[in-house]
Write a protein that binds this ligand. Structure first.
Ligand code: PLP
Length: 435
């Protein structure tokens, strides 16, 4: 029989090239905890968590058991035809960890679907046609979600969404003029940008929702001041606009609290959650208060696969593992430790710029030492060399110039040390290549 590695060599014949090949499609045969086991027999430390999904670590024994147990009972709903315990118990338990009165759920399979649901819910319940999003944010690639996604123009090229939305710049404290308080600057600028938009392009009465990533993810791991998010909340309240937080990436302990809403002390009206919710099984949810959800009548939104019974059972086990192993606390503690260690690397190399972090959501700028600008080419080489050393990182930023470090929330300080030693070696090698 043909080895799958022969197929791997020709994967371009089988798989749509549109699927991003940002980083090297490492061929793996097994995953466990914080590690991937490569087809080359090597063990790789995983600092990607399968893009912020495997927060409980890969194939946690309780998760594996939970999948098996759930499959012994039910494989498919759908929740529109039958009803089952796991979907109800999960809703009850998620409601307990979500902020405010976010306690009513529409389940889907992907982050994109959760965003799609959030936009539809906002439009239906306000009966207003437009949405405002922030430049650089990523919300998914279906036509609705793409309509508010602006992290890269290539995601829209020749496929521009037909539904109109308006954009406002994301918080950028670096833009603050010398001598001006950067937080006050971004808050004032935000108010100014909203006012300009309302004056020249769309009236607030026509706006159903403002959607924002509380930490800019794919766009480059930018952490806004909490005052900036609070100001968005204030503006939404002033005009009866619904605030949607896209917590697809920031959710489930990633920022050092259960959700970024708690990290920043701002509660949205609608939340989109996915990724870490079920430790790798496809599950997502559009969340709102029951008061808002009940305005969405039967048939106005639906799904065949959303809220799959196995995925819901596994999401319940995920919550159990989080609580037993104190993963939210670990995210905060080990995240802070990782930043301390990264500062040493930053001091050592002129191609490493700013390090930004909240919990275990860490962005490391790779820059051109002469210009100080982001250097996506250097980043790519450094990540390839890091992989040769045995650690897998991901990337983000418009030019792919930010190292995205998002290990499983089970990661230990020793594993952080191992991974960062490998990163240090990789940067050292990169510097030698330049000589
Ligand atoms: C903030 C955010 N929203 C939405 C999505 C889309 O999620 P999915 O790829 O599961 O559809 C992503 C995916 O990376 C994301 O990071």
């Amino acid at each position: 029989m043909e080895s799958w590695l022969d197929l791997y060599d020709n994967m371009g014949n089988y798989l749509a090239p549109s699927m991003a090949k940002d980083h090297p499609n490492l061929p793996v045969v097994k995953e466990e905890g914080c590690y991937y086991y490569g087809a080359d027999g090597k063990k790789y430390l995983d600092f990607t968590s399968g893009i912020a999904v495997a927060n409980t670590g890969h194939r946690h024994p309780k998760i594996v058991q939970s999948i098996k147990d759930a499959a012994d009972q039910l494989i498919h709903g759908p929740s529109g035809v039958i009803m089952y315990e796991s979907i109800l118990e999960l809703s009850k338990q998620l409601g307990e960890i979500l902020p405010g009165d976010l306690d009513c759920f529409f389940y889907g399979n992907s982050g994109t679907e959760a965003v799609e649901g959030a936009l539809k819910l906002a439009k239906f319940t306000t009966q207003r046609p437009y949405v405002i999003s922030f430049t650089g944010c990523f919300h998914g690639r279906s036509m609705g979600a793409l309509g508010v996604t602006t992290s890269k123009a290539k995601y829209r090229k020749f496929m521009q969404p037909s539904h109109l939305s308006y954009q406002i710049p994301y918080a950028n404290v670096k833009e603050a003029p010398m001598g001006q308080d950067p937080i006050q600057y971004v808050v004032d600028k935000l108010e100014h940008d909203f006012n300009q938009l309302f004056k020249h392009q769309v009236t607030p009465e026509e706006v159903a929702a403002v959607i924002v990533e509380p930490v800019l993810g794919e766009g480059g791991y930018v952490i806004p001041p909490k005052e900036w998010l609070q100001k968005i909340r204030e503006i939404c309240d002033q005009y009866g606009i619904l605030l949607i937080f896209d917590e697809v990436q920031t959710g489930f302990g990633r920022t050092g609290e259960w959700f970024a809403a708690q990290t920043f002390g701002v509660t949205p009206d609608i939340m989109a959650i996915a990724k870490g919710i079920a430790s790798g099984l496809p599950l997502s949810a559009t969340v709102a208060s029951h008061k808002l959800m009940k305005k969405w009548p039967i048939g106005s939104h639906g799904t065949t696969f959303g809220g799959n019974p196995i995925a819901c059972s596994v999401a319940l086990t995920t919550l159990e593992v989080f609580k037993e192993e104190h993963l939210v606390e670990n995210s905060k503690e080990v995240g802070a430790y990782a930043v301390e260690q990264l500062k040493k690397i930053q001091d050592k190399y002129d191609c490493i710029g700013e390090v930004r972090a909240t919990g275990l959501m860490i962005g490391i700028d790779v820059i051109d030492a002469e210009t100080g600008l982001g250097d996506g080419k250097a980043l790519k080489r450094i990540l390839d060399l890091a992989l040769e050393e045995g650690v897998l990182f991901y990337l983000c930023g418009n030019e792919g110039e930010v190292i995205r470090m998002i290990p499983p929330l089970t990661v230990t300080k020793e594993q952080i040390d191992d991974g960062l030693t490998m990163l240090d070696n990789a940067i050292q090698k990169y510097k030698e290549e330049l000589k």
